[in-house]
Each structure stands twice: as structure tokens, then as C-alpha cells.
Design a protein around this ligand. Structure first.
Ligand code: IMP
Ligand code: MG
Length: 186
């Protein structure tokens, strides 16, 4: 049963139960921290495309009312390489002023993306602003960013699955896997 493991996959870093357990723990923590909040005041902002599966799982496990919105940014041009330059492609629909905003991001690599988003939202005067990243690669961080909720710290390898891609592939694998370096080191 299940999807065959693609040949490009080196090894599975985080399997499905491990991810689901951690996402449940994060949801429990977030639900406790935002206890008593009103639906119209709590806005989850998913960063497209990488966070779409993580956001769907996290949001469905929250026991506090919340709204869901999205923002889209430019990614690395189909290679495993940071440029440091971030471009806004699609903004949120909701006005975030006066709202409690939680940015939901797939992975913190250099930190440029989350730092850009943090500053962008901060300038819009939300009631509060927090970040929830599923993954972080501490060895790769170049800039400091406030990270309030983190799923897993991982080594400096390119990972795919559970929303994360390489050249827009492998997003819907149910686990998080390291790619064979030959796939992304050209
Ligand atoms: P940062 O701006 O360098 O922190 O990069 C953040 C973005 O790069 C993430 O939102 C991902 O879209 C992408 N990214 C970084 N590392 C990986 C990875 O290992 N797999 C897939 N995407 C990644
Ligand atoms: Mg991303």
C-alpha cells in the first residue's frame, strides 16, 4: 500500500506518524496559547506553496476558532539555493490590522523569507504576530527571525514531501525525505 518511494529520495527523515504527532503537539500548544480568542480575531496565514499541507493538518487540529488566509512569495528559481531576495506574488485577502496573526511556514532555511514576512506584517499593525514553522535548518540560518512554534530542527539537507518541493516536484509525498544530493547538486 502507499505511494512508492521515488528513486530521487535518499532517505526518509520524518515519517507520517512522527509528523502527525508533532503537528498535534503544536496544535495543542497553539490552542492553549490562543484560548478564548474569537474567530474574527485569529488569522492563520499560510505561506504558499510549501505550507499548504502542514497548514491544513495544523488548522484542523486547532480547538480554537480561526480564519485561514494565504500569501505567496517567490521561491528559489528551481534550485536549492538562496538568493536572499524575496518577492511578494500574492497578498492576503484579509486586512491584518488589529488581528492576531500567526504566520505558518514550511521551513526556515536562511531566514530571509520569514524575516521579510515578519517585517511586512509588523508594519500593518496586527494585535499580535507569531510564527509557526514546521522545519528549521539551524546550520543554514543567516538572519535572526522570531520563531514561536517549531516542529523539528533538521540537518542541512534538501528535503521534500508534506508540501515541500524540489523544482515543484515531490510535494504530496506523505513523509519528509532527504533528496539524493546528485538530484539538486548540478
Ligand atoms: P529562506 O528564506 O532561506 O529561509 O527559505 C525559506 C524557503 O525556501 C522555504 O519557505 C522553502 O520554500 C524553501 N526551502 C528551503 N529549504 C528547503 C528544503 O530543504 N526543501 C524545500 N524547500 C526549501
Ligand atoms: Mg516556503
Amino acid at each position: 500500500m502507499g505511494v512508492p518511494v521515488p528513486d530521487s529520495v535518499d532517505y526518509i527523515l520524518l515519517d507520517e506518524p512522527t509528523i502527525q504527532n508533532r503537528v498535534q503537539e503544536m496544535a495543542d500548544q497553539i490552542s492553549a496559547d490562543y484560548h478564548g480568542i474569537r474567530n474574527e480575531d485569529f488569522l492563520l496565514v499560510g505561506v504558499l506553496k510549501g505550507s499548504f499541507i502542514y497548514l491544513a493538518d495544523l488548522a484542523r487540529r486547532l480547538t480554537v476558532p480561526h480564519r485561514v488566509d494565504f500569501i505567496a512569495l517567490s521561491s528559489y528559481a528551481d534550485k536549492a539555493e538562496a538568493t536572499g531576495a524575496v518577492r511578494l506574488i500574492m497578498d492576503t485577502r484579509a486586512d491584518v490590522a488589529g488581528k492576531h496573526v500567526l504566520i505558518v511556514e514550511d521551513i526556515l532555511d536562511t531566514g530571509y523569507t520569514l524575516r521579510y514576512l515578519y517585517r511586512l506584517f509588523e508594519a500593518r499593525e496586527p494585535a499580535s504576530l507569531r510564527t509557526a514553522a514546521l522545519l528549521s535548518k539551524p546550520d543554514r540560518h543567516k538572519v535572526e527571525v522570531p520563531l514561536h512554534y517549531l516542529g523539528f530542527s533538521i540537518p542541512d539537507v534538501w528535503v521534500v514531501g508534506y508540501g515541500l518541493d524540489y523544482a515543484d516536484r515531490f510535494r504530496t509525498l506523505p513523509y519528509i525525505a532527504a533528496l539524493k544530493p546528485r538530484v539538486y547538486q548540478k
